[in-house]
Design a protein around this ligand. Structure first.
Ligand code: NAI
Ligand code: MG
Length: 362
């Protein structure tokens, strides 16, 4: 039976990086003898323009019925004047919620040939995994919104977590830590927030089931500092939705570009969702300059976690390392003082170089 992959390019640079992912999947699944059916649907700004809503019913239905969902990016100033529930980002949040894609895994890894792109003076390879809770917290809690209170407006957002929501992400993080270095950092703001005190409580309870994992609690402000100070000291980092969002952009800067980071959002019941960490980058959209690496590595995570084709996943990751070692760079990674041997290429050419090398490795 064919396995169904739903592709949701979105808007901005989404369709450009998705074009690379599609070509990559087509070439490699052919070689690996995997029978995949690729189905494409609009989401975000593209769906707003075509259908007046950011997550059309047909898109949602196809995603729920898929074996895996791959998403580009959504959002941009073009849709700023729409009411919040009709903006592109609302479509993505609704999709994550509908899939119950609660566990957002964001590996932050230095690509060997890009160690010189680290902004840190003492650059050492980074290899950590941010485990971000994705369907709770401030992004979903109610009440929320802006109200008129007479003379001025008032806004409210709610950071709400149930014990069960915390427990499932924390349990997953412990299992991942066991499979990696055995070190887990839980990031919260327990000195101020009630939700963080509950979070810390749950971590302490769950750790009894994982006696070999070494656990540290770090406050999020201290964590921002520590990630700049000694990012190589961390392995698995588990945290709530907003903190994980912010810290992973910092992670992108640490390894050279936000365009490098992939993610997988795991669901217990539905298909998993794969998307790069970056947004729709409207400032560079439509010019064939976006870095497709985050999208390519998200595709590798899909081959490993949803399609059980770890060899294909490994070939993709190795091909990305090779392409950088061979001097290919997109514009975000080409400094004015680029070393000799560095070649600036566009999105498509970069993708083609990865596909060729990955195919050779299979
Ligand atoms: P962004 O991630 O789109 O861009 C931040 C900066 O990084 C920009 O200068 C951009 O050019 C650069 N950049 C991002 N991805 C890149 C890539 N692959 N290659 C080269 N450079 C890259 O974040 P920004 O500008 O804050 O948001 C733009 C829009 O994207 C907003 O509407 C925002 O809501 C949306 N967004 C969507 C996300 C998603 O679809 N998952 C995630 C984050 C933001
Ligand atoms: Mg973000």
């Amino acid at each position: 039976m064919n396995r169904k992959i739903v592709l949701l390019p979105g808007d901005g640079i989404g369709p450009e990086v998705m074009g690379v992912a599609r070509a990559l999947i087509e070439t490699l699944s052919d070689i690996a003898g995997a029978r995949l059916e690729l189905l494409e649907y609009p989401i975000g700004g593209a769906a707003v323009d075509a259908a007046g809503e950011p997550l059309p019913e047909a898109t949602l239905r196809a995603a729920l019925a898929a074996d895996a969902v791959l998403l580009g990016a959504v959002g941009g100033p073009k849709w700023d004047d729409l009411p919040p529930e009709r903006r592109p980002e609302a479509g993505l949040l609704a999709l994550r919620k509908a899939l119950d894609a609660y566990a957002n895994l964001r590996p932050v890894r230095t690509i060997p040939a890009l160690l010189d792109r680290s902004p840190l003076r003492d650059a050492r390879p980074i290899d950590l995994l941010i485990v971000r809770e994705l369907t709770g917290g401030l992004y979903f809690g109610t009440p929320r919104g802006i109200t008129e209170t007479g003379r001025e407006r008032e806004a409210v957002d709610t950071l709400r977590y149930t014990e069960g929501e915390i427990e499932r992400i924390v349990r997953l993080a412990f299992r991942l830590a066991e499979r990696r270095s055995g070190r887990l950092t839980s990031v919260d703001k327990a000195n101020v927030l009630a939700s963080s005190r509950l979070w810390r409580d749950v971590v302490e309870r769950v750790r009894k089931d994982h006696p070999t994992v070494e656990v540290r609690h770090v406050l999020v402000d201290a964590m921002a500092m520590a990630l700049v100070d000694r990012p190589w000291a961390f392995d698995v980092v588990v945290t709530e939705n907003l903190f994980g969002d912010i810290l992973s952009d910092l992670g992108g800067a640490l390894v050279g570009s936000l365009g490098l980071l992939p993610s997988a959002s795991l669901s217990e019941a539905g298909p998993h969702l794969y998307e790069p960490v970056h947004g729709s980058a409207p400032d560079i959209a439509g010019r064939d300059v976006a870095n497709p690496t985050g999208m390519i590595l998200s595709t590798a995570m899909m081959f490993e976690l949803s399609l059980s084709l770890p060899d294909v996943a490994r070939a993709i990751v190795a091909a990305v390392d090779d392409v950088y070692a061979d001097g290919f760079r997109t514009a975000d990674l080409t400094p004015a003082d680029a070393p000799a041997g560095v070649r600036t290429v566009g999105t498509e050419a970069f993708g083609a170089a990865v596909i060729e090398r990955a195919a050779r490795r299979l």
